[in-house]
Design a protein around this ligand. Structure first.
Ligand code: SF4
Ligand code: SF4
Length: 157
């Protein structure tokens, strides 16, 4: 298992505790596979990056996304057990709920609390942002290239 694969969900951040509801795995076009994600997830599935992109991905405006199934879920989502590629999932999945919008904007965080039951409902935005920035930094989840990486992982400062 590579160092990247050893990284886990942000359970150490007490503002968040995933309830495995699957809401964040539902919907088209949201799961960006960055170049470094592609290497990790393809290796995990014993595929070449090109094979992974052809079998599981779709390209849009120069970015690779994971395909969505007929049920509307990411094709790696397994009802009852969650992510089928958990140890190798894309950084955008590792980073939730600490997306830029939620980290920089209190109103976005309030909306996210309605969407994601794992976010502690009584947490103040300042504390959420503090823990989020620390989590993203410690786990090397901040991005810098809006052309190939998820904009939600790009903080301005
Ligand atoms: S929406 Fe929140 S609680 Fe539900 S699976 Fe995603 S992170 Fe976990
Ligand atoms: S890769 Fe895993 S965590 Fe990410 S959307 Fe798909 S099933 Fe959910």
């Amino acid at each position: 298992m590579s160092k990247d694969e050893q990284r886990v969900t942000p359970s150490e951040a007490d503002v968040f505790d995933c309830r495995m509801c699957g809401h964040c795995c539902l919907g088209e076009g949201g799961i960006v596979v960055s170049p470094k994600d592609l290497v990790r997830i393809a290796e995990h599935l014993s595929l070449t990056p090109e094979e992974f992109a052809a079998r599981h991905g779709m390209w849009k405006d120069g970015k690779l996304f994971i395909r969505v199934g007929d049920d509307g879920y990411c094709t790696f989502f397994v009802q009852g057990s969650g992510c089928g590629v958990h140890v190798a999932k894309p950084d955008i999945c590792r980073a939730w709920p600490f997306f830029r919008g939620n980290v920089v904007d209190a109103d976005s965080l309030e909306l996210a609390k309605e969407f994601c039951p794992g976010i502690r409902h009584d947490v103040a935005h300042a504390e959420f942002a503090r823990q989020g920035r620390a989590y993203l930094t410690e786990n090397n989840l901040l991005a810098s290239d809006p052309k190939t990486e998820a904009r939600a992982l790009i903080l301005d400062d």
